[in-house]
Design a protein around this ligand. Structure first.
Ligand SMILES: *Cc1c(COP(=O)(O)O)cnc(C)c1O
Length: 397
């Protein structure tokens, strides 16, 4: 019996050699006092930057009143946040939970239950897409169209089939007499910042109508202003029957939500789905203040404008870089696709004081907060292009 590891944590993460101890706005500081420009926002979570004053105020007020109450009682804070979400989206009903995976799990359960209990079709199969990411619970990792998240976790739940993203013809052939829903991201984020084609989404929505399938959109990463609209589906002129969100909803406090149309309301009955922590007053205080800020201050529009700026700047600075294959994005989710692996490049960028993350092995992903300034973006763009230019020069010689 030897205990060799220096950590008592399960080694589920490949962690960068940086220990962050403090954050404010777009800045983070490590234990040695070195400061970083944060262009990844804790993976699209801190959409209003670190420790936003307005959200903190509301959290502190709620902490003085009530921390937790069981969902066996009425929770007025949930009604408030749900009303705000419904008023600003195509949905009519909301279920609160604590994470993206849980929101997607609820969506999967609602789709199955609607078909089994309301329509009585017994259909259960959900079509998802290659390179998608929907979470790490058994059902959501099965929904995820990437083999690496399934390795060693057999047997997987039944009822998921996969189609290539942005391929209309194969999609129609994938629909079977057991299909109950199609589930997808409008921009595949973890999968490499890959945007859905407008024609593809139009066709997905048409097929859902034709075959009586539910359209589920995973907005866990794209939602809440990031892509330049409050929800990414708004870019496509469609309305999902169900959509999910999480990451940015609590500005760093864990909270997720699954939203759906009124016709789905009766598919869930008391006792059919639940969570102990979902919609706790503290989470709702964070969500309400976050939504009021994003919606009230029109931060979606700001994300659209800043996104255009950063895309244009990066394209200009990297246009002759032999290492860079493409710069793409929508609002403030941006991918720099490279010709080879980006892991070392990302660490080199970190060393220069700018935090970015990969999206798959060959894409550098930027997820700045929605309040980032042009000056901060310029600082980040300068560092990234400098590191990529140096690397391109080194690979030539
Ligand atoms: C992060 C993410 C999830 C999973 O969210 P967790 O909160 O980590 O469970 C699901 N879908 C998408 C698109 C995501 O980006």
């Amino acid at each position: 019996m030897s205990k060799q590891s220096a950590s008592t944590l399960f080694p589920t993460y490949g962690r960068y050699p940086i220990t962050i101890v403090k954050g404010k706005g777009s800045r983070l500081w490590d234990e040695n006092g070195k400061s970083y420009l944060d262009l990844m926002s804790g993976l699209a979570v801190t959409g209003l930057g670190h420790s936003p004053e307005g959200i903190k105020q509301k959290l502190v007020e709620q902490l003085d009143e009530l921390w937790h109450v069981s969902n066996l009682f009425h929770v007025p804070q949930q009604e408030k946040v749900a009303q705000m979400l419904v008023d600003n989206s195509c949905a009519d009903r909301v279920f609160f939970c604590n994470s993206g995976a849980e929101a997607n799990e609820a969506a999967i359960k609602l789709a199955r239950r609607y078909h089994q209990k309301v329509l009585g079709t017994g259909k259960y199969e959900i079509i998802t897409f290659h390179q998608s990411f929907h979470g790490r619970t058994l059902a959501t990792l099965t929904a995820t169209g990437q083999d690496k998240v399934k390795d060693g976790f057999l047997p997987l739940p039944e009822g998921f089939v996969y189609a290539p993203y942005n391929d209309v013809e194969v999609l129609e052939k994938t629909i079977s007499d057991q299909t109950c829903a199609i589930m997808l991201e409008m921009v595949q984020a973890e999968g490499g910042v890959i945007e859905a084609d407008k024609d593809f989404i139009t066709e997905v929505a048409r097929l859902c109508k034709q075959y009586n399938l539910l359209l589920i959109v995973d907005e866990v990463q794209t939602g809440l202003g990031r892509t330049g609209k409050l929800f990414a589906y708004e870019h496509y002129g469609i309305e999902p029957d169900i959509f999910t969100m999480a990451k940015a909803l609590g500005s760093g406090f864990p909270v997720g939500a699954m939203l759906g149309k009124e016709f789905l309301a009766d598919a869930f009955t008391p006792g059919s789905h639940a969570t102990t922590f979902g919609g706790t007053p503290i989470a709702m205080a964070a969500a309400l203040a976050t939504l009021e800020t994003i919606i009230g201050d029109k931060l979606s529009e700001r994300a659209a404008q800043l996104g255009e700026y950063i895309l244009q700047q990066l394209k200009e600075k990297l246009k002759d870089n032999g290492l860079v294959k493409e710069v793409r994005g929508k609002g403030l989710i941006i991918g720099i696709e490279c010709a080879g692996p980006v892991a070392d490049l990302i660490q080199a960028i970190h060393q220069q004081g700018v935090l970015v993350v990969p999206a798959g092995p060959q894409v550098i992903r930027l997820l700045p907060n929605l309040l980032v300034t042009i000056e901060e973006l310029d600082e980040g763009i300068a560092v990234i292009s400098q590191v990529l230019t140096a690397q391109a020069a080194a690979s030539v010689s």
